[in-house]
Design a protein around this ligand. Structure first.
Ligand code: GAP
Length: 573
């Protein structure tokens, strides 16, 4: 029997939302094409994401290449550590993720097991491909990055980016100047990321090329208070914290203020983006009863991260699917890129009040230094002024050469200086969204079937703000001038940037069903009364109710409905 996944994917393929890529050549797992309606829906979801992050939060969007040089991914740790544990079936030679096989054998959190532990865990398991028992099998690391070469020959190694985040980190210094060196600031990026997943068998959930929308927010480590925390302080979210997971109890509903005050969420920034993510996901059609936030357990959290939560969306077939990750990554990324590139990646943070500090300043004795170091003496004196002396002397580096200057070649002055601030390496708060998983979640949660007048009605109850086609326009019959009126209405709506679909094909009931199935929220019908009174019927997809309104009001009314400023029910009053 088919489940909701089968039904959604069948509809998605048939009606032009998504389908496997390059099917004519035998599609390769992990790559999908968005068809005409899917690509439009994806744009709308991305625009809503931009509304939250770029317009409301003020984090400007940047666009970096999808190919990066090796040094970026050495610094980020991906070259060394971005691997899944894999095994090959000794019978059919298919490759599998060893942790997935172990989890299918009932082992929880198998991704934390060592290679040897995984090999032992799957010894008795049957291969999902051929059904034979694995027996003794080697488990090995497989790096998920797609490697390439840059330029002709193979002089320069490159990688397709495995996340959009790294472009924002490598641009840090330019971004901090753009934001006039004032923390907090952030930048976002929406684009393709690539991971050579071992055996992607979960449709849109696990892809080899997918779209991420990531925000990297740079904050002062001493002050993790979001300037607009009040916006979400009283917003309640279902939290499955470490305690509830360890005690195997249900998630608890907490406001963000409570969660921070009780120490469940590490700081206001994480709490703020958790609530914002809940707000965003439910506004695009994720069912709030199939959404929860799960905190990473201490042994699953990256060693440098302070706190990390996943927004998980419930799927009938796949269970709870991680769709968004929200993490406090400390200064790990900037420190790593600063170390590899030599760029300082700090921001000057002024103190609330200037402080007086005692400093030792070295003043070189140029009478001795000059003849001894000749042309380099001035540079050495300048370098000495910036260094702290040891007990016997001071070490300085000038033009790549290191000099030890004995204590009798300078004097040390102790002086009081006014210090106005400090160079700080910011911490990074990162909300990271998987757009394809969001879209699958919305399709599954909005899919519905019901019997209407003895016939099955399949409907995608997409929120009007993401529906690909925003309104359908039908002439009741194709004669007596009704088509011309309907075509004029369609082009008036299109001129107002509303995606209106003119359809005069088949019985009116069939036309409604076709639009219901692709989630078109409203339909306008032009009938004989339109010719007499200038009014049309406007039908609501979900309730199937109709109201009569003047054709001249359509642009304003539909514009207001799709921006959720008016509810259809309000039109009946
Ligand atoms: N910069 C952090 C980062 O990339 P991640 O948890 O690896 O974190 C973030 O990825 C999101 O990207 C996930 O929550 C998921 O929605 C999406 N994602 C990751 N791998 C994916 C894949 N193979 N196919 C589809 N989406 C994926």
């Amino acid at each position: 029997m088919s489940d909701t996944y089968d039904k959604v994917i069948e509809l998605a393929k048939r009606r032009g939302f998504v389908w496997p890529s390059a099917e004519v050549y035998g599609a390769v797992a992990g790559f999908i094409d968005y068809g005409p309606l899917g690509a439009m829906m994806k744009r709308r979801v991305e625009e809503i994401w931009r509304h939250y992050y770029v317009i409301r939060e003020g984090y400007y969007e940047i666009e970096c290449p999808t190919v990066g040089t090796e040094s970026i991914y050495i610094a980020s740790g991906h070259v060394k550590g971005f691997a899944d544990k894999m095994c090959e079936c000794p019978h059919c030679h298919e490759y599998f993720r060893a942790d997935h096989l172990a989890e299918a054998c009932g082992i929880a959190s198998a991704s934390h097991l060592t290679r040897e532990e995984l090999a032992a865990a799957i010894e008795e398991a049957a291969c999902p491909g051929c059904g034979e028992v694995f027996g003794k099998t080697e488990v090995f690391d497989f790096n998920l990055m797609f490697q390439t070469t840059i330029g002709p020959g193979s002089q320069r190694k490159g990688y397709l980016r495995p996340e959009t985040a790294q472009g924002i980190f490598t641009d840090f210094s330019r971004l901090s100047r753009f934001y006039r060196m004032k923390l907090p600031f952030g930048a976002v990026q929406i684009g393709k990321s690539y991971r050579n997943e071992i055996s992607p068998r979960q449709g849109m959930i696990r892809l080899r090329e997918f779209t991420q929308a990531e925000a990297e927010i740079f904050v002062n480590p001493e002050s993790k208070r979001h300037p607009n925390f009040g916006r979400y302080a009283d917003y309640a979210v279902d939290l499955w914290g470490i305690e509830q997971q360890q005690q195997n109890t249900d998630p608890v509903s907490k406001t963000m203020r409570e969660a921070v005050d009780e120490g469940i969420i590490a700081n206001e920034y994480i709490a703020y983006y958790l609530a914002l993510t809940h707000d965003l996901l439910t506004s695009i059609g994720i069912d709030r009863n199939r959404l929860r936030f799960r905190q990473h357990l201490p042994d699953e959290r990256a060693h440098y991260a302070i706190d990390c939560w996943d927004a998980e969306v419930r799927s009938e077939r796949f269970g709870w699917v991680e769709t968004v990750g929200i993490a406090d990554r400390t200064d790990y990324d900037l420190r790593a890129h600063s170390g590899e590139s030599g760029d300082t990646m700090t921001v000057f943070v002024p103190f609330d009040e200037a402080r007086t500090e005692k400093r030792k300043r070295i003043v070189a004795d140029m009478g001795v230094l000059g003849p001894k170091y000749r042309g380099k003496a001035k540079k050495i004196a300048d370098a000495l002024a910036e260094t702290s002396p040891g007990p016997d002397g001071a070490e300085v580096t000038v033009d790549g050469e290191t000099f030890f200057i004995p204590g009798d070649l300078y004097t040390v002055h102790e002086e009081e200086v006014e210090v106005r601030g400090a160079e700080v390496m910011p911490h990074v708060i990162e909300p990271s969204y998987g757009i394809d998983r969001m879209i699958y979640g919305v399709l599954e949660h909005s899919y519905d079937e019901e019997i209407v007048e003895g016939e099955e009605r399949r409907v995608l109850r997409l929120p009007a703000c993401i529906a690909p086609v925003q309104v359908a326009v039908f002439p009741l019959v194709n004669k007596d001038g009704l088509e011309e009126i309907a075509r004029t209405i369609t082009s008036d709506l299109q001129d107002a940037r509303i995606l209106a679909d003119y359809d005069d094909n088949g019985a009116i009931g069939r036309r409604y069903r076709r639009q219901d199935e692709v989630g078109t929220p409203f339909a306008v019908t032009v009938d004989y009364e339109t010719k007499e009174t200038g009014t049309v019927t406007l039908r609501d997809r979900d309730s199937m109710e109709q109201v009569r309104i003047p054709a001249g009001d359509l642009v304003a009314t539909i514009g207001s409905l799709i921006r959720c400023r008016t509810a259809f029910a309000d039109l009946k009053q």
